[in-house]
Design a protein around this ligand. Structure first.
Ligand code: NDP
Length: 257
């Protein structure tokens, strides 16, 4: 291995769901700066437009596709269209996700379904659609954004739907990793701790939540999107060719206590 080039993604095509904001956007910056051509996907066209402009300012060649990951036939069409246009999809980062804080007893059917539909079902539709092309080509790396909430139960907030969905993402990651290992397709997950994105913005404004989070994080701070994105590049790139089925924690030590 030429270690200086282990993270070089030149010539790779990387698809990032949830790429318009937060961890997905930063993963797109990181993969793009390492040389990949990036396609970002989410539901809102104007945020995608703005994100592609910001990516260009960071020197990243990117395009977008408007996609709701819960629509499995739209996901299949998007995967086929991206592969037809670019000739391949080397990397898929599944970052689209939502969180809803609620007690179990107050969680409505609709809320439960919305969280599971985006975080788990949508992620599977994307893995299946892009995985089909990767398996046929014998090459690919999928990085699912799981969460420390798939490993531990957060507190003081309650969010059973979110934690269940993320635990399932981790097991799905391992299942796909073993199914596709001999086909040259690696599947890993990142398990971030609290990260400064829109998802946590309202929660960070609540001192009773935020102070507990800081107290429970050995490093005493939350993470930046770039700190998650750097780990995405590791899992996506040639630096991790013998890594599959792993859940990589990037959480300031939260799950060590
Ligand atoms: P953000 O809220 O900042 O971004 C979420 C992204 O997902 C947006 O681009 C959003 O775009 C997109 N998205 C949401 N629903 C859909 C959908 N149905 N189809 C397509 N795209 C969708 O969240 P983060 O960046 O913080 O989170 C990214 C991932 O990281 C999530 O899976 C989250 O669970 C996980 N994570 C986050 C942590 C944190 O502390 N922030 C900690 C651990 C894990 P749009 O709404 O326009 O479609």
């Amino acid at each position: 291995m030429d270690y200086r080039n282990a993270f070089d993604m030149t010539g790779a095509v990387a698809v990032v769901t949830g790429g318009s904001r937060g961890i997905g956007f930063e993963a797109a910056v990181a993969l793009g700066q390492c040389g990949a051509k990036v396609v970002i996907a989410s539901r809102d066209q104007s945020s995608l437009d703005a994100a592609v402009r910001r990516l260009a300012e960071s020197g990243v060649e990117a395009t977008y596709t408007v996609l709701d990951v819960t629509d499995s036939s739209a996901v299949n069409k998007a995967a086929d269209a991206i592969v037809a246009q670019h000739g391949q999809a080397d990397v898929l980062v599944n970052s689209a996700g939502i969180a809803r804080l609620n007690s179990a007893l107050e969680t409505s059917d609709d809320e439960w379904r919305a969280v599971v539909d985006i975080n788990l079902n949508g992620l599977f539709w994307c893995c299946r659609a892009f995985g089909r092309h990767m398996v046929a080509r014998g090459k690919g790396s999928i990085v699912n954004i799981g969460s420390m909430s798939g490993l531990i139960i957060n507190r003081p907030q309650t969010a059973a739907s979110y934690m269940a969905s993320k635990g399932a993402v981790h097991m799905l990651t391992k299942a796909l990793a073993t199914e596709w290992a001999k086909s040259g397709v690696r599947v890993n997950a990142l398990a971030p701790g609290y990260v400064a994105t829109d998802m946590t913005l309202k929660m960070r404004e609540r001192p009773e939540l935020f102070n507990t989070w800081l107290d429970m994080t050995p490093m005493g701070r939350i993470g930046e999107p770039a700190e998650a994105a750097a780990a995405v590049v590791y899992l996506a790139s040639g630096a991790s060719t013998y890594v599959t089925g792993t859940i990589l924690s990037v959480d300031g030590g939260y799950t060590a206590w």
